[in-house]
Design a protein around this ligand. Structure first.
Ligand SMILES: [Zn+2]
Length: 153
């Protein structure tokens, strides 16, 4: 038994590269995007429970255009939701960057997670020279980290 929460989150190497690249390209602002993949038990109104497989990464505009906040652009969200449906996937989470802090949820992140309790929350820290990506579940104010693996697919 490890100290990680379920599920095991599986990105491809190129999805990981897409996320990190988008985070750098949006500097000095925070970057954000959505994670698409299979989920169990979801319907049109409620996202299901992610299996951990990430089928696609969608970069989105940060509607907040801020170095301290992110808000996934509404139009980009709609486009991603449609793409997810068409590929038999769901939106299973999102990612955003922390430009000067660690890859750990801020109080604002925990509060925002109330709206999507089943989501996987990937946070990328650009604080150090090497970017760090960590994935969290945030449910009822609790923060738990998921293990991340990169697959050569
Ligand atoms: Zn944050």
């Amino acid at each position: 038994m490890s100290g990680f929460a379920l599920p095991l989150v599986r990105f491809s190497v190129s999805q990981h590269r897409t996320i990190i690249g988008h985070c750098y390209s949006e500097l000095p602002n925070e970057a954000c995007g959505l994670l698409l993949g299979p989920a169990v038990g979801g319907d049109d109104l409620h996202d299901g429970e992610p299996t951990g497989a990430i089928a696609d990464v969608v970069t989105t505009r940060n509607e907040a255009a801020s170095a301290r906040l992110y808000a996934i652009h509404g139009q980009d969200y709609g486009t991603a939701r449609k793409a997810a449906r068409e590929s038999g996937n769901r939106i299973v989470g999102c990612f955003h960057s922390h430009t000067h802090t660690d890859a750990y949820p801020s109080p604002t992140d925990v509060e925002a997670a109330i709206h999507n309790p089943n989501w996987l929350y990937a946070i990328v820290s650009l604080r150090a020279e090497t970017p760090m990506l960590h994935v969290f579940r945030m449910q009822s104010g609790n923060i738990a980290e998921c293990q991340v693996v990169l697959e050569a697919r």
